[in-house]
Design a protein around this ligand. Sequence first.
Ligand SMILES: Cc1cc2nc3c(=O)[nH]c(=O)nc-3n(C[C@H](O)[C@H](O)[C@H](O)COP(=O)(O)O)c2cc1C
Length: 316
Amino acid sequence: MSLNDSQQAVAEYLDQQGHLASVAAFGQQHTSVSVYSTTTVVRAPEAVVRGRWSPGVHGFVGEELLLNHRRSGRDLGMQLGVSRYYGHDAVLSSANSSLREREKDAIALPEHRRLKGGLTSTVAGRRSGRQFSGRPASLDELATVLWHGQGITGSLPVPTPTVADAAVPLRTAPSGGGLYPIQLAVLVQHVKGLAPGAYEYQPHSHTLHPFHRPLAPVDLAEHVLTTDVEFDKVAFALVYVYNLYVNSQKYGDSGLVFALIEAGGISQNIHLARTALGMIGCDQGGYDKQKLEKTLGFDGTSRHVIHFTLVGHGEA
Ligand SMILES: Cc1cc2nc3c(=O)[nH]c(=O)nc-3n(C[C@H](O)[C@H](O)[C@H](O)COP(=O)(O)O)c2cc1C
């Protein structure tokens, strides 16, 4: 069936099923079909894909990425990159990732709590909550949320000819090649024992490291464009920062795809942990990416904000 024929069939069906028309309208409005969509191995020319949000949008970078992140099944670079999990250089780069962490000025976090409640009821009980009460989180709650998102839970021995005891530290959420390209920034507002400000979570040492000295509170309302949250009542926000070169050097354009998947894994762990702790939280798609990167001091080239989550206590 050609594209025109299938569109005709959908239109006729929707004529008969009026209640589905609005659902389909959403899909049709926000789906642009490139003439290249049935082919791969093509860099779509910008003018081919027309965005419908505004006449100024000529193409979706996402389509370009999806068409090309694996250029072909015979792309030797990609295949080698993926299968070289045990390559010496890959192993040593993963095994030494703790060297990126800073000791000076690091703030030790309490050990994570062992959460009870059962996986099934926690998964079933997770809901996005936006009615924050302003009740502060304890340091123990923050530490527990962070550990469940990114904590170190084991290590994989990978001896190399030069380093017999090399081992890759492994975390709660999986990561392509054990490279862990995502860093969590914590924007603290109301956490007992912590001054408000931006901190980096350092999973290897289970510590927080301030982004700036002196610490300064970050105004969430200036960084997220939504009207349905009282930001001053949020206990802390988590910013997921992707360090492009940590995994792209190995995986090429697939590095970004892997990072987005990994951010989802980390985020789900965080939501399950805060659910089990009796806290509420909500992801926010409407953050101001460039402003956040500027506030955190990133160059906006090698490190990118790719996700944002609010956590706190709800009304009792
Ligand atoms: C990537 C992503 C972005 C989101 N952005 C927003 C947002 O900007 N504002 C909001 O209120 N909820 C946001 N959410 C939460 C969704 O609205 C919510 O997950 C969805 O309505 C399903 O409800 P549940 O999480 O309670 O199951 C986002 C969720 C995800 C995964």
